[in-house]
Design a protein around this ligand. Structure first.
Ligand code: AMP
Length: 132
């Protein structure tokens, strides 16, 4: 069975897309730790990040680098943090989170409540600042 992220890539499930190319896809996390919390995934479905082949792994980091730059341009933050968890969705991904304090990257902290229109607006803003 396809992962929920594969369904997002195929357009079977909606997402707040930031950017994509032939191999990678970036979209807003629907349960964000902080404003701009973004997931970056390979289109190839592999459960664990460190089981990716080296080329896909390096490509994912290069793509995440460009997404992080777009986040820095869009969101007023101290820096963009990066985390790997993967306990919920078995499809390799990195979390990019604009942070000001360590609690912003703590997954047990209270999540940020956002309305659908806020997600749509934010995804558009970040997307506009993405340089491929
Ligand atoms: P983890 O696998 O533990 O790294 O967490 C998976 C992340 O994916 C969580 O932060 C969820 O909020 C996020 N997530 C799950 N389903 C979706 C979805 N349909 N769209 C966007 N983010 C999602």
């Amino acid at each position: 069975m396809s992962s929920i992220f594969t369904k997002i890539i195929k357009g079977e499930i909606p997402s707040y897309k930031i950017a994509e190319d032939e191999r990678f896809y970036a979209f807003l996390d629907i349960n964000p730790n902080a404003k701009g919390h973004t997931l970056v995934i390979p289109k190839k479905e592999v459960d664990k990040l460190f089981d990716l082949d080296a080329e896909t792994y390096v490509g994912l980091m290069q793509f995440a680098h460009k997404v992080a730059k777009a986040l820095e341009k869009t969101i007023d933050c101290n820096r963009v943090g990066m985390t790997v968890v993967g306990l919920e969705v078995p499809h390799a991904h990195v979390h990019l989170i604009p942070i000001n304090r360590v609690s912003d990257i703590n997954f047990t902290s209270k999540k940020l409540a956002m309305q659908q229109e806020d997600f749509v607006k934010l995804a558009k803003e970040i997307s506009r600042n993405f340089e491929s």
